[in-house]
Design a protein around this ligand. Structure first.
Ligand code: SF4
Length: 391
């Protein structure tokens, strides 16, 4: 590799022509900083091998760091019950990237027989101005919950709640708010001095309440699987827990999965991801435009091979399609040897996603029948959601 200046920014240029962007390097630096500067620990082989059937996200290091996961697992090994909290901010329909953490949570539930709590933070999306009204957030919350129930969470062990609908959230938030100063909240959320509404400030206590609810209500140890950029909120909650005399939640951190264009996946940029409501044509078109590690001509590709390390199509195959490391490694080897062409790879990915999303939609429709059994409060499914699932 050599360093090259381009458009005022820096890019590492691989000797065989495929580039790793400055954004990729920033990501890698962030991953390391979480371990080196912020005191998270790497998930070791020893921890991974303590699971009966380690998930591919652990084996591929997509989940790579933790806080107190070892202590949490020791508790479970003593046959004590444990819980997992993983939230969702309902400001839009979900895309496939949103499912990554919840697929991991579902696997953890099966491995540990854990209770799972899924807060849907309508309050967060409202006070931060991401939705027009709480009723709009409600519609997304129900739609998102159906998508998550469709992943196969256990009935009777999985508890959804919409933040403003559960009284326990308010009472616990008030208790915890005494341990949070304005300055701490400002620093954690990176808030400006002016123009911040009071709901934003109080939401820090609400988020801590979401994570600590199973501990405060039932004395259960909590594990929170989250993306690594959420660590400041995790540290804040652990600090608040300690001050409130509650056990600190453990955490496992994931790296980012690249968007199709290599930017982060974003609901405001539809081309960066595949939404669970996308048509088959949309999916094919988005995958066709995805960033690859391929050569500029078929001739070159056959002669020199591609670079799976920077290829988003390969990354997505690893995360969403392949089940084991052997299949991943074989695919990468075929790419490097020039045996594979990018068009063929994209076709495989698009077909697999179309098949998976069709199966998902069928399970989501079935979830309509049982949704009330998964909520800690009463829920009504809005007509528009039921109608969309009938189509
Ligand atoms: Fe990526 Fe496949 Fe092209 Fe290799 S052949 S660079 S894995 S799309």
């Amino acid at each position: 590799m050599r360093l090259k200046e381009r458009s005022g920014g820096r890019e590492w240029v691989f000797t065989f022509g495929v580039t790793e962007s400055a954004q990729e390097l920033t990501k890698k630096r962030d991953y390391e900083r979480l371990l080196k500067e912020f005191g998270a620990k790497p998930i070791t082989d020893r921890i991974i091998s303590s699971f009966r059937k380690p998930h591919k996200f652990l084996l591929t290091k997509l989940f790579y760091a933790h806080r107190d996961l070892d202590i949490y697992l020791k508790e479970r090994a003593k046959d004590n019950p444990v819980s997992i909290v993983s939230g969702r901010g309902p400001s839009n329909y979900m895309h496939i990237g949103h499912l990554v953490i919840f697929q991991f949570v579902k696997w953890l539930q099966d491995e540990l027989d854990a209770e799972v709590y899924i807060p849907l933070s309508d309050d967060e999306k409202y006070v931060f101005g991401k939705v027009e009204s709480l009723s709009q957030a409600y519609v997304y919350a129900i739609d998102n919950a159906l998508d998550l129930i469709a992943l196969g969470f256990k009935e009777g062990k999985t508890f959804f709640f919409i933040s403003t609908k559960l009284d326990d959230v308010y009472s616990l938030s008030v208790k915890l708010s005494r341990h949070l100063t304005l300055n701490t909240v400002r620093a954690t959320f990176g808030l400006e001095d002016k123009g911040v509404n009071s709901g934003v400030i109080f939401y820090a206590a609400v988020q801590a309440a979401h994570m600590l609810l199973p501990t405060a209500k039932k004395g259960l140890p909590v594990l929170v699987p989250i993306a690594m950029d959420q660590d400041p909120y995790m540290r804040l909650t652990r600090d608040v827990a300690m001050k409130a005399g509650l056990r600190k939640p453990a955490a496992v951190y994931s790296k980012y999965v690249s968007g199709l264009t290599r930017e982060p996946m974003s609901a405001s940029k539809p081309e960066t991801s595949v939404f669970l409501v996308d048509s088959n044509e949309d999916i094919k078109q988005k995958i066709w435009m995805a960033f690859t590690g391929g050569r500029s001509t078929v001739k070159e590709q056959k002669k020199l091979g591609g670079n799976p390390e920077v290829c988003v199509v390969y990354e997505w195959l690893k995360v969403f399609v392949f089940d084991d490391l052997k299949a991943m490694n074989e695919h990468a080897a075929r790419c490097r040897s020039g045996e594979l062409l990018c068009g063929e790879c994209k076709r495989v990915l698009a077909e697999a996603l179309i098949r998976k999303l069709a199966e998902h939609k069928a399970r989501k429709k079935q979830a309509l029948e049982v949704i009330d059994k998964f909520f800690l409060h009463e829920v009504d499914v809005p007509q528009e959601i039921a109608k969309a699932l009938e189509e």
